[in-house]
Design a protein around this ligand. Sequence first.
Ligand SMILES: [Zn+2]
Ligand SMILES: [Zn+2]
Length: 258
Amino acid sequence: MDDKKIDLEQELKASYDLNIKELEKQYLQERKNCLLPSRARELVLNPSLWKKEERKHADNCPHCTSMLKIFESQIEHPSLLILLLWILKRLKPNECLAMEYHVEESNCQRCKHLLQSPWLRSIASLFQKGKGTKKYVQERLSNAVVGYMQFPATVGTFASKKSKPFQYRAMHTDKILSVVIRESDEGEMIGDVRCSKEKCAGKKVRVEILGKKKQIEAEVVLKSIGEQGCVAKYSFGSFYKVLSQLGKDAAVLVSFVE
Ligand SMILES: [Zn+2]
Ligand SMILES: [Zn+2]
């Protein structure tokens, strides 16, 4: 009786091992061209490292697509205040180390672009001249909308005629101020700013699009659209031309002009 039981156990185990091996074989076959997690993280932080064949694979692979999405949503970036204190060289030693790891070693393009923001730099220089209290500066920074766009390889090229027009949306966590950067039917890069508070009508808003090669700035005035709040629209000119000036990716920064 006991012998038989052992036989049965061994049989079950053997069939289980076989199934697992078969599954593993399938898994490895299916994912043989997949990105390693370390590479996916590197590419999320610095999209200029994408190789053509990697991009082609990832665009068509559900495993890689979902892994990249997970990294995009999970990588934490320093706040605007930390970036400002970094510019001012006022970070504590441990914060300095964390920033060095994130910006220098990991080469986070989003944060590198933000560090070039004329708006952030002007606040830094105000603060340096003693013209803004810490509370005032913190408030201005915390009201800003920050986003990061990666332009698909086909966008802005001849091939984009067949693909969907580009659209990226960034919204403040309090859901009051938001921006959509999009490619219009006429091939222009449009920034649509929206504020849910009607009383903000007449206020000026600054939109910065910060690429590796260039920083583009615009100021727009919010106009009331009734109870739904107010809006402003700005054209940055030919989408293709702006893209060629920016590079493969860009940060977006939207703030109220005081
Ligand atoms: Zn893959
Ligand atoms: Zn970052």
